[in-house]
Write a new protein. Structure first.
Length: 175
């Protein structure tokens, strides 16, 4: 197990669409273990593989620090949202945009289908913070960040603040 470095905005790897896991082997199990350790170390309630530089459709979630009814660690391989209902508006942050939060509109309840570490398909449903975490992590697999879900005005104001602190895309283009 290893604590990996978490990439931060505006790293271009955060903007790529991640590819599916085709074959579940020891490498995928090691990736799950490493992103889990990295998530707990951060600490955070979720982490997706692209945040540690691997553009693969793998993520982990554990909302138990903020939800006493949580059943703990959830490992997701090739996750897909198969149904969603309702809306919720709560504050959201991201380990790849450290120090910034905003209220983000999300579905209130989602059902996710994924593979477990043995390659077996399963379904899991979540509401509240867990539903939010599912949507946030699956967004990462599609190169999407929470700032993309804000109204244009809120997004432009927040990006201006973020770029003052974390830097601009230009620093990568010039590199
Ligand atoms: O630690 C995290 N907290 C959080 C809070 C509200 C909504 C989503 C999250 S996920 C975030 C960790 C992270 O960036 N995962 O990709
Ligand atoms: Ni995030």
């Amino acid at each position: 197990m290893a604590v990996l470095k978490i990439l931060t905005y505006p790293d271009p790897k955060l903007r790529r669409k991640s590819g599916p896991i085709e074959k579940i082997d020891g490498n995928v199990e090691k990736l799950l273990d490493d992103i889990t350790e990295t998530m707990y170390h951060a600490p955070g309630i979720g982490l997706a593989a692209p945040q540690v530089g691997l553009n693969l459709r793998v993520c982990v979630i554990d909302v138990s620090p903020r939800d006493e009814n949580s059943e703990g660690l959830i490992e997701l391989i090739n996750p897909v949202i198969i149904s969603a209902e309702g809306v919720q508006m709560e504050e959201e942050g991201c380990l790849s945009i450290p120090g910034f939060v905003s209220e983000v509109k999300r579905k209130a309840k989602v059902k996710v289908q994924a593979l477990d570490r043995s390659g077996k398909p399963f379904e899991i449903e979540g509401t509240g913070l867990l539903a939010r975490a599912f949507q946030h992590e699956i967004d990462h697999l599609d190169g999407m960040l929470f700032i993309d879900r804000l109204s244009r005005l809120k997004r432009e104001l927040l990006i201006r603040k973020i770029e003052k602190v974390l830097g601009k895309e230009q620093s990568y283009a010039a590199f």
